[in-house]
Ligand binder design. Structure first.
Ligand code: MG
Length: 401
């Protein structure tokens, strides 16, 4: 590795939407010709705010700083605006943080997983999503994944919160995405039992998506206990974390939590108190690889495994970051993955590759992934008012999505 001081010369935000979700990619350029890095800053629902934080606030702060000092720069970026740990800022910081790790790997001539201690495994086991309108459709989807070689599948019946609820509310009830928690738990349980009966050796996962109140969550976690799930995700909302103790005392269903977390005080007590089995923070949302690798190590010391958030609104650069940490973490559990279309693969040469039930990296330096900016331009991002998060209960009350 050369020892001359390489500096950051530019930070750019590239927006693209090749698969129905706006993605924010950060490119950091350096004083060394041809040397640049890529990071993920995707907060898909507020991508314009992240771009402003990056370009208006962080870009002037980091230009001229040394690319090697990732830890120092991360600490400084987090407090430079004094107020900290919000989703917009964390994502913006993550974009620069990821790009600096990519640059460090390229300078070392090594994949980033080598810088993190080297591989514990050749590829990351993945789970994919089966979601259907009825039991037959769900069974068919699960069967297709099993044929592909997957051992882990997430099972949902008619999406988050189950079947849409219509009618029965008070006169004048406002519009929105209505659902009924009672209908949800009844139909979800049916779907999970159906899949367990048809696929006895499958690892089954389910995402409650914080659609239950705390007492309902304890009841549901007990109800699915005989089905021996791989994990039950987001049984509680971040506002109800203390209730994990009640779930632990009531049943052995493994708990996964964390995609909405912004602050270390959210994940730390759950990990050190052994209240959850899988941490599944969204790595850009928590501030990037730098805090994620620390949380992973904390989990190793407390018997908590990783299951980093990996939906379609994690960019391929974000997925590559997930994967490099998956490979180097002894306490890796599982990786969520949703698949990519041809447009995504054209924009991001070097995407990790799914074969069977696993996601494989390439062995190029850094994260091994690149960005074709001309291809990215073909898929522009439009800001729309989001409908699916306007959730309501049958009595018309607003609730969490
Ligand atoms: Mg989830």
């Amino acid at each position: 590795m050369s020892t001359n001081r390489i500096q950051i010369t530019d930070v750019r935000a590239i927006l693209t939407n090749p698969q129905g979700q706006p993605l924010v990619i950060v490119r950091v350029d350096t004083s060394e010709p041809g040397l640049y890095g890529l990071g993920c800053a995707t907060f898909t629902q507020r991508f314009l705010a992240v771009r402003a934080a990056l370009l208006e606030h962080l870009r002037p702060f980091v230009i001229g700083r040394e690319v090697d000092r990732i830890e120092d720069l991360w600490q400084q970026m987090m407090v430079n605006g004094y107020w900290r740990n919000g989703p917009v800022l964390n994502n913006a910081i993550s974009g620069i943080d990821g790009a600096l790790w990519d640059i460090k790997g390229k300078r070392a001539g090594m994949p980033v997983y080598e810088l993190l201690g080297g591989k514990c495994r050749e590829a990351a086991a993945i789970y994919r999503h089966a979601n259907g309108a009825d039991l037959e459709a769900i069974e068919e989807q699960v069967g297709r994944y099993v044929e592909q070689g997957l051992r882990h599948v997430r099972v949902q019946f008619q999406g988050y919160g189950g079947p849409a609820a219509e009618g029965g509310g008070p006169d004048g009830a406002l519009g929105g995405a209505y659902y009924d928690p009672r209908t949800y738990t009844r139909t979800a349980l049916q779907a999970l039992e159906h899949v367990r009966n048809r696929f006895s050796d499958l690892e089954i996962l389910h995402d409650v998506h914080e659609r239950l109140n705390p007492a309902q969550a304890v009841e549901f976690a007990k109800a699915v206990e005989p089905l021996q799930l791989f994990f039950l995700e987001d049984a509680l909302a971040p506002e109800d974390l203390e209730w994990f103790e009640n779930i632990r005392n009531a049943c052995t269903t493994p708990m996964a939590m964390g995609e909405l977390f912004n602050h270390p005080r959210e994940w730390t007590p759950l990990i050190t108190g052994r209240r959850i089995d899988f941490m599944r923070m969204h790595i850009s949302q928590m501030g990037g690889l730098t805090p994620a690798r620390k949380a992973a190590i904390l989990g190793e010391l407390h018997g908590v495994r990783t299951a980093w958030h990996g939906p379609a609104d994690t960019s391929p650069v974000g997925h590559a970051i997930n994967l490099h940490l998956d490979l180097a973490s002894s306490n890796f559990g599982i990786q969520e993955f949703c698949g990519w279309n041809d447009a995504v693969r054209e924009i991001f040469p070097g995407c990790p590759e799914q074969r069977g039930g696993f996601l494989y990296p390439n062995d190029k330096p850094g994260f091994g992934i690149d960005l074709d900016e001309e291809a990215a331009k073909k898929w522009p991002c439009d800001a729309e008012v989001i409908q699916w998060t306007q959730t309501r209960l049958p009595d018309g009350s607003p609730t969490r999505p």
